[in-house]
Design a protein around this ligand. Structure first.
Ligand SMILES: Cc1cc2nc3c(=O)[nH]c(=O)nc-3n(C[C@H](O)[C@H](O)[C@H](O)COP(=O)(O)OP(=O)(O)OC[C@H]3O[C@@H](n4cnc5c(N)ncnc54)[C@H](O)[C@@H]3O)c2cc1C
Length: 397
């Protein structure tokens, strides 16, 4: 008898498998319908021996010391600060927009102070910020919105930014200095041997059995378990009884080129030309040295694997219905980005999983006290998870 059947071997499922096995001595069966562990963060060596991310570039960044410390048990890190460029008006320019972007785009030599004034002169103040268009136009005006954001967002979401929630671009910063880092988090690093190796280390425990190429529906009636942790799509769990939750999908086109370097930045965005949104060159991310280089193009599309929940009011209303159903089912815990229908970064999912684990231990302790029995824990991990609960609200994307 397994204590837990965990559905999905991504960050949510793997962190919980590790915590329950290592932290609480539980017996866990972790299954995934894919042929590999790691979920969307899975990486592997392609046929040329170059480490690539199968499901698009995954850059690790967090402000949470708890999350960083927790993952550091399973990997060493390579310091890495991500940088992105955008192809606009025939130039390859820093994005987020900064002082250098503006000076290069308009052939100016503005200072930080002057560019602040420049942004102010372009901004079109809005009384209420309702849509993604409002967010950007009210900050940097219509021209920069058209050049950098509008078409990218249309490609990415298949909807005009004027119809998308403000939340989608709410975090796009503009800078008046020359800082061209994509993220400003305290911890920015990549696992030295890749994500999959980190997952392997996490799951390397005698109490964890991993079953791949296996949809949980194939085994749920045959394999005995006490509770389930479900990290797949919540609407699928309930057989789409209220209808399908809309997602945006992506097609990845991987290529290898017989040159050591393909492009001048780790990621180049193409807001206006081409059907793809961006091109990533993996060697920048991984630090691998190799005479060839592998890249990936991302083509957004409506159908296919569920990647990005579409952030619109009607969709969160629909999710709320599934959530109340999920909350009413005893013995099944819904965790992760698909089960909670929200775009989360990897660190946020780790934090969410650690928080769920902490709550589960607390509940079991109360049950044990009530029943006058004992449960095992006591190796200090509870403390970390408690810290994460406190930090969870401060995590940034
Ligand atoms: C293109 C892209 C780029 C991203 N880049 C970044 C980034 O740079 N930095 C960052 O922090 N985050 C990034 N993310 C987000 C990151 O991928 C997620 O935060 C993370 O993968 C979520 O982990 P998870 O375990 O919740 O979900 P997943 O990784 O999706 O894992 C869920 C697993 O459940 C399995 N499953 C589903 N249904 C079933 C079933 N019926 N039976 C068995 N198994 C099932 C799936 O096969 C999957 O492996 C990116 C996401 C995308 C789509």
């Amino acid at each position: 008898m397994f204590d837990y059947l965990i559905v999905g071997a991504g960050f949510a499922g793997s962190v919980l498998a590790e915590r329950l096995a290592q932290g609480s001595k539980k017996k866990v069966l972790l299954c995934d319908k894919r042929s590999h562990i790691g979920g969307n963060a899975y990486d592997h060596y392609d046929e040329n021996g170059i480490l690539v991310h199968k499901y698009g570039p995954h850059i690790f960044h967090t402000n949470s010391p708890e999350v960083f410390e927790y993952l550091s048990r399973f990997t060493a890190w390579r310091p890495y600060e991500h940088r992105v460029r955008a192809s606009v008006d025939g130039q390859i320019l820093p994005i987020p927009i900064n002082l250098d972007t503006i000076n290069a785009l308009y052939g100016l030599r503005l200072t930080t102070f002057q560019v602040e004034e420049f942004f102010k002169s372009l901004a079109e103040p809005r009384e209420t910020i309702r849509t993604s268009e409002d967010v950007v136009v009210s900050k940097v005006g219509r021209e920069l919105y058209e050049k950098f954001f509008r078409n990218y967002t249309r490609k990415q979401w298949g909807i005009d930014p004027s119809e998308l929630d403000a939340a989608v671009t709410a975090r796009v910063p503009t800078r008046t200095n020359r800082d061209d880092r994509y993220f400003t988090d305290t911890y920015q690093a990549m696992p030295v041997h890749g994500y999959t190796k980190m997952f392997e280390n996490m799951l390397d425990h005698p109490n964890i059995k991993v079953l791949l190429n296996c949809d949980y529906r194939e085994i749920k009636h045959d394999i005995p378990y006490r509770e389930m942790i479900y990290t797949g799509p919540v609407d699928s769990y309930f057989d789409y009884c209220f209808g399908k939750l809309p997602y945006r999908s992506l097609e990845f086109k991987h290529e290898t080129h017989h040159v050591p370097v393909f492009q001048q930045a780790p990621v180049v965005n193409y807001p206006n030309e081409h059907p793809y949104t961006r091109v990533t060159e993996f060697k920048y991310l991984t630090g691998q040295e190799h005479p060839k280089t592998s890249i990936v193009y991302e083509f957004p599309k409506a159908e296919g694997d569920a990647y990005y929940p579409v952030p619109r009011k009607e969709n969160s209303d629909l999710y709320a219905k599934y959530k109340s159903l999920a909350d009413s089912i005893p013995g099944v815990h819904f965790v992760g980005r698909l089960a909670t229908y929200k775009y989360y970064n990897m660190d946020q999912i780790v934090a969410q999983a650690l928080t769920v684990y902490a709550k589960m231990i607390r509940t079991k302790r109360v049950e044990a006290t009530v029943l006058g029995t004992q449960t095992g824990n006591g190796n200090g991990h509870h403390k970390i998870a408690e810290g994460v609960i406190r930090k969870e609200l401060t995590l940034t994307q």
